[in-house]
Design a protein around this ligand. Structure first.
Ligand SMILES: Nc1ncnc2c1ncn2[C@@H]1O[C@H](COP(=O)(O)OP(=O)(O)OP(=O)(O)O)[C@@H](O)[C@H]1O
Length: 364
């Protein structure tokens, strides 16, 4: 590994001498005072692993996922089939337990929760909406009864008498149906609703106990594009008006393109993120600025985009160089396509950004 390029001689001398005792003490003190990973997040996944064993064959569905989601975020998880998105969502929903690692949602540790706490977690801390519209609702109950059911199961909202509690539940259920623009479905059973209406009622059900987090697995997967857009609008309303944190797994590029942050999964890990900024100019024209980042995990690993590796013939080993403001990654000596690389790892333009290497870590 080369770490020379671009350093000031005084800095290089300092680095070679190593840190002084005072510097080491200061580092230890700073480390001790540093807030823990995910301290300000609502959802924290820390090196999360899930291994399935079927007939003696092990599948590593999650291979050390690091992910934090801030309170009030509306974000998407995307990625190829089999990359681990649904496995992660089921763990976050409290329906499955990770093999190793740590995951904390709204202060609840998903690895150590007991059965009673897990039940309370699933009823009150998270709400979920699944792809199959039919799975989200009880077929023999009306819209309003479906929304009131989770409140009934958890005993809320609090009130002194049974009759009063029932009225409060019915009032909140009706309010949620109105918020999601399906007030007209209050007395209809699911078979009397369209697919889009069923999903909006399902979102109301997910919100019944006022959970901090709403998880949705392909909620637009069974719907046409127009209805899918309406469902996504419903999630946006929930996020904006009720402050719920929303995580949506989706294959739908239209949905992924509408959120500020989408995290792409690859081979059981979060591999890249797209952050978007939506702006409206003085003429009312809307624009989106997108920036794609590779995810650097807590062990310092990152996945370079597959097309970068293929374009530069990188495999097995790469050369890495520390530059003053970024890290350069180069194909192993002698394996690169010829263009733009000098022996010292600096591109032909002398900037440290040679055409054959990938620079990572440059500040955004
Ligand atoms: N219960 C299970 N038993 C065995 N293997 C499983 C189980 N659930 C998931 N897997 C495997 O784990 C890997 C990740 O699956 P997962 O469903 O999380 O992927 P995904 O990204 O959600 O895919 P899709 O977009 O197709 O739903 C896959 O290889 C899958 O076959």
């Amino acid at each position: 590994m080369s770490t020379s390029g671009g350093l000031h001689p005084a800095d290089r001398e300092h680095r070679e001498a190593g840190p002084s005792l005072d510097e080491l003490r200061a580092r230890v003190a700073a480390e001790r005072e540093r807030p823990g990973y995910g301290h300000d997040a609502l959802i924290t996944c820390d090196r999360l692993v899930r291994i399935f064993s079927t007939d003696g064959v092990e599948v590593q569905a999650l291979q050390g996922v690091d992910l934090t989601v801030a309170p009030g975020e509306l974000m998407a998880l995307v990625g190829a089939s089999g990359s681990g998105k649904s496995t992660l969502l089921r763990i976050l929903a409290g329906l499955d337990v990770p093999t190793a690692g740590r995951s904390v949602v709204a202060g609840c540790d998903l690895l150590t929760m007991g059965a009673a706490e897990r039940l309370r977690y699933r009823r009150e801390v998270v709400g979920f909406v699944w792809q199959q519209t039919a799975h989200n609702l009880l077929p023999y109950l009306t819209g309003i009864q479906n929304v009131a059911m989770p409140m009934q199961l958890s005993g809320g909202p609090a009130g002194s008498r049974w009759g009063r509690r029932r009225r409060l539940r019915a009032g909140r259920a009706a309010d949620l149906l109105e918020l999601l623009q399906v007030g007209h479905c209050r007395d209809r059973r699911p078979e009397q609703m369209s697919g889009g209406e069923q999903q909006r009622v399902a979102i109301a059900v997910a919100l019944a106990n006022n959970p901090g987090v709403v998880l949705a697995d392909e909620p637009t997967g069974e719907l046409d594009a127009e209805t899918g857009a309406m469902i996504f609008d419903a999630f946006r309303t929930v996020n904006r008006e009720l402050g719920s944190t929303v995580v949506i797994v989706t294959h739908d590029p239209a949905v992924a393109g509408e959120v500020r942050r989408s995290v792409a999964f690859r081979d059981g890990r979060a591999s890249s993120e797209v952050l978007r900024r939506f702006a409206t100019d003085e003429h009312g024209e809307e624009s989106v600025e997108e920036r794609e980042y590779a995810v650097l995990d807590r062990a310092g690993r990152l996945q370079l985009p597959r097309q970068f590796l293929e374009a530069l013939g990188m495999e097995h080993r790469v050369e890495v160089s520390l530059e003053p403001d970024h890290v350069g990654v180069w194909p192993e000596h002698g394996t690169a396509p010829a263009a733009g690389r000098r022996e010292d790892g600096v591109g032909e333009d002398g900037t440290g950004e040679g055409g054959a290497g990938e620079d990572v870590g440059r500040s955004a």
